[in-house]
Design a protein around this ligand. Structure first.
Ligand code: PFF
Length: 463
């Protein structure tokens, strides 16, 4: 141990570039792809929303992800400590503290939805959805909606949320290698396989054509300032950006990892998983006459319907919700790691204690964000239920703001040579040209775009 800091001399890292990829993809892929992306696409009119989203992934997502990787691996530090290591002005630490706040806000409502997913795994195992196949389309749809409402009512969502949080706590106590790495490298490949199977099945339903058309049609008239802001928020949320998650994970990357390669692979695979989720869900929506703009319940109401009609439907249904549970768990690992790294390194807290404190808070506040029919579901602040409030504040405000500050810090307050050194691994990989292009985007495009979207959403500037 280092005498001054009391920390282990050698900070843990992931073992190989493949495990870096799976852990980072594990952070990106989550409820964002399977639950949020489809319902937001549904609510914002389909294809045009997706195009805008893709643009944000390219011009904001990848540059900011690289900035975060750079900060993390260069300093091998948590989201707050980074700025001390770089001897930056105290002001910049606000990025770390804002990140901490975003991590907490997201954890609260994310664990609620993860709880619903765990509840669905259990229900599928019990065979609660089997009877759907004996019903006509209309009755099946109503029954599926009924099961969803029932899942959100009473004490049961609290219990499932507790289970979801507990799983995260147990894995995180294991640390970076024995916890995060071991779980993500085993489960991410399973997840990728299961989502492909689900999409292929949905594409053979009668509503497949309509579902595809909905995803592909680019009706730009449906886009408003707030839907553009939502697309930007989704890009941040999806790629776990703007809150120091990728700084923290980057600080665990091995030194020969190609940061650029990792960022492209993660962003590309993440988009692919979202599209697959869209392909699995929208054909069902149109086959069963569900409303595409159905909101947060969309996933839970559609997927049981698609599988109920199949041979081995119940096995596939269970597998799908297991997949979603895996995705939500690996994403939660990364958001909870943000406070844990800060607590253990800045406050020298023991890892186990940091995990217990953070996950307890996650549960205690998280439980207040459940659906209105649940025990604590009616808690409101400023006339908004906490679920929507936390979601809105984090995705549409804190993450983009954090992203803006990170961009400005890296583009204008760090030495170009230091960035070049880190992104080319000290000259070992020939990414030189790319570094120039990246710096150009970081300086002139990313911040301007962010500010325009904000002003547009505030109604100050119209696009
Ligand atoms: N990227 C995750 C998802 O799309 O489900 C959510 C997320 C994970 C957001 C980690 C933020 C974070 F730090």
């Amino acid at each position: 141990r280092n005498e001054e800091t009391g920390l282990p001399l050698k900070r843990e890292t992931f073992s190989t570039s493949l495990t870096v990829f799976f852990a980072t993809l594990g952070s990106a892929v989550g409820l964002g792809n399977i639950w949020k992306f489809p319902y937001m696409t549904g609510m914002n009119g389909g294809g045009a929303f997706i195009l805008v989203y893709l643009l944000f992934v390219l011009l904001l997502g990848i540059p900011i992800m690289l900035s975060e990787f750079y900060l993390g691996r260069k300093t091998r530090s948590n989201a707050v400590g980074v700025f001390d290591k770089l001897k930056a002005h105290r002001f910049w630490k606000i990025i770390g503290y804002m990140g901490l706040l975003s991590a907490l806000l997201i954890m609260f409502f994310y664990s609620t939805v993860a709880g619903w997913v765990y509840a669905y795994v259990f229900r599928a195992l019990k065979g609660d959805f089997r009877f759907l196949k004996n019903l006509g389309l209309e009755e099946a749809r109503a029954a599926s909606e009924g099961i969803f409402t029932d899942t959100l009512t009473g004490v049961s969502p609290m219990i499932w949320q507790a289970v979801a949080v507990l799983v995260v706590a147990v894995i995180l106590i294991g640390g970076v290698k024995k916890g995060i790495e071991r779980v993500t490298k085993t489960l991410m490949p399973v997840l990728l396989l299961l989502i492909i199977i689900s999409a292929v099945r949905a594409l053979t339903l009668p509503g497949a054509g309509q579902g595809l058309a909905f995803l592909m049609k680019a009706d730009f008239s449906a886009l408003t300032g707030s839907s553009i802001l939502a697309a930007m928020g989704l890009a941040f949320f999806k790629l776990s950006l703007g809150m120091g998650t990728m700084v923290t994970y980057g600080s665990y990357f091995n030194k020969d990892n190609n940061l650029m390669g990792t960022s492209f692979k993660v962003a590309f695979s993440d988009v692919a998983v979202s599209m697959l989720a869209g392909l699995a869900i929208f054909p069902v929506v149109f086959t069963f006459n569900l409303a595409p703009e159905g909101g947060p319940g969309l996933l839970f109401q559609t997927i049981p319907l698609v599988f109920s009609m199949l041979p081995f439907g119940n096995v596939l249904l269970t597998a799908f919700f297991v997949l979603t549970a895996i995705a939500s768990t690996t994403a939660m690992l990364s958001m909870v790691e943000v406070p844990i790294a800060i607590l253990t390194e800045e406050l020298k807290m023991k890892r186990r204690l940091a995990v217990i404190l953070t996950t307890s808070l996650m549960f205690l506040v998280g439980v207040l964000t459940t659906h209105p029919d649940a025990v604590f579901g009616t808690v409101e602040v400023a006339g908004k239920n906490l679920f929507d409030l936390f979601d809105y504040l984090s995705s549409n405000l804190l993450l983009p703001l954090g992203g803006l500050l990170i961009t400005l810090f890296v583009a204008y307050f760090t030495k170009k040579e230091s960035i070049r050194e880190e992104l080319t691994n000290g000259g070992e990989i020939g990414n030189g040209k790319f570094v120039d292009a990246l710096l150009f985007v970081l300086k002139y495009i990313t911040p301007v775009l962010l500010i325009i979207v904000f002003l547009n959403a505030l109604g100050i500037l119209s696009l």
